[in-house]
Design a protein around this ligand. Structure first.
Ligand SMILES: NC(=O)C[C@H](N)C(=O)O
Length: 319
């Protein structure tokens, strides 16, 4: 019989409804969730309750706890794959951390739900069921971490929560989905051509921030942000431009040895040294800023946390 390990961390998928009608995310244990959802009977599912939190309460240290549980699950040759249930608000960040740090080729599938299991038309049951089938799908071996949501399978590297509440909650802009789940059968259409993995034993996470850049942002604001972080992802505009008044604090940060990674707020496309003017990607690159390719700012932050924890050179980590 196929065997999946189910690791639960909380989120709406593990929520209950309080007396005032509001959802309390992360109330259900893994065992309670499994009991409520009626899991597939043709697959052995071992449940472990790892955390019971709304996903925005998680910290990078929780990622390491989860990664340790995943590693533990893969100690057994009998296990076909792992499912992680998670709140949707930060699901893409955790999924990408798992993608970068899990070195086993068996599937790790992250899922959640937009509606609580007690709500009408809840997506909790289908998403969990589909994730369990995906976790033992041989075609998904060597794919890295994937996210299963609303009958679709996404690569953790590009997936993003696209809707605050709709059950079609996730998308991968410009890349689409890797496959679908139709009547419990997995159809894999495409897979990433390479995987990037870092072995982290006892990671120490630095304070890496994100600054979203906008017209008229003041030097004072950016300087205040830079003062509080060890490194910063700049979510710049277009090909990677920032207003001219931000160049001075950025240059000070790179001179002080703080990694600054340049990304774009556009959903598709890369930062690139197209222009030659004050605050352009070309100018910033000359000041020691790292060009963050087509990374979304939150994914670039996760990657910077992993690179620094693995003591890798952030300068070359994005090329
Ligand atoms: N749909 C969800 O899971 C959202 C929830 N607030 C969370 O824990 O992320």
């Amino acid at each position: 019989m196929r065997h999946v390990v189910l690791l639960t961390t909380g989120g709406t998928i593990a929520s209950t409804t309080s007396e005032n009608g509001k959802l309390v995310a992360g109330e259900l244990t893994g065992e309670e969730l499994a009991e409520l959802c009626g899991l597939p009977t043709d697959i052995q599912v071992t449940v472990r309750s790892v955390l019971q939190k709304p996903s925005v309460h998680l910290m990078p240290e929780d990622w390491h706890l989860l990664a340790t549980e995943i590693k533990q699950a893969f100690q057994s040759e009998e296990v076909d794959g792992v499912v992680v249930t998670h709140g949707t608000d930060t699901l893409e960040e955790t999924a990408y951390y798992v993608d970068l740090t899990n070195t086993d080729e068996r599937p790790v599938v992250v899922t959640g739900s937009q509606r609580g299991p007690e709500e009408t038309g809840s997506d909790a049951f289908m998403n969990l069921r589909h994730a369990i089938y995906a976790a033992c799908e041989p075609d998904l071996k060597g794919t890295g971490c994937v996210v299963v949501f609303n009958e679709r399978i996404f690569s953790a590297r590009y997936v993003k929560k696209e809707h605050a509440s709709n059950i079609q909650g996730f998308n991968a802009f410009g890349f689409g989905y890797l496959g679908i789940i139709d009547n419990d059968v997995i159809f894999t259409y495409q897979k990433p051509i390479r995987r990037e993995m870092y072995e982290l034993t006892e990671p120490r996470f630095k304070e890496i921030g994100i600054a979203k850049i906008y017209l008229g942002m003041s030097e004072k604001t950016l300087r205040a942000i830079i003062a509080t972080v060890d490194g910063l992802v700049l979510e710049a505009v277009g090909r990677g431009q920032v207003p001219p008044q931000l160049v001075a604090p950025i240059e000070e940060a790179t001179l002080a040895g703080k990694p600054i990674i340049l990304t774009t707020s556009s959903e598709e496309g890369k930062v690139y040294p197209t222009y030659d003017y004050k605050g352009s990607a070309h100018h910033l690159e000359q000041l020691g800023v790292v060009l963050g390719s087509d990374y979304d700012s939150k994914k670039a932050r996760v990657k910077t946390l992993v690179l620094t924890a693995a003591k890798k050179d952030v300068m070359h980590g994005f090329s």
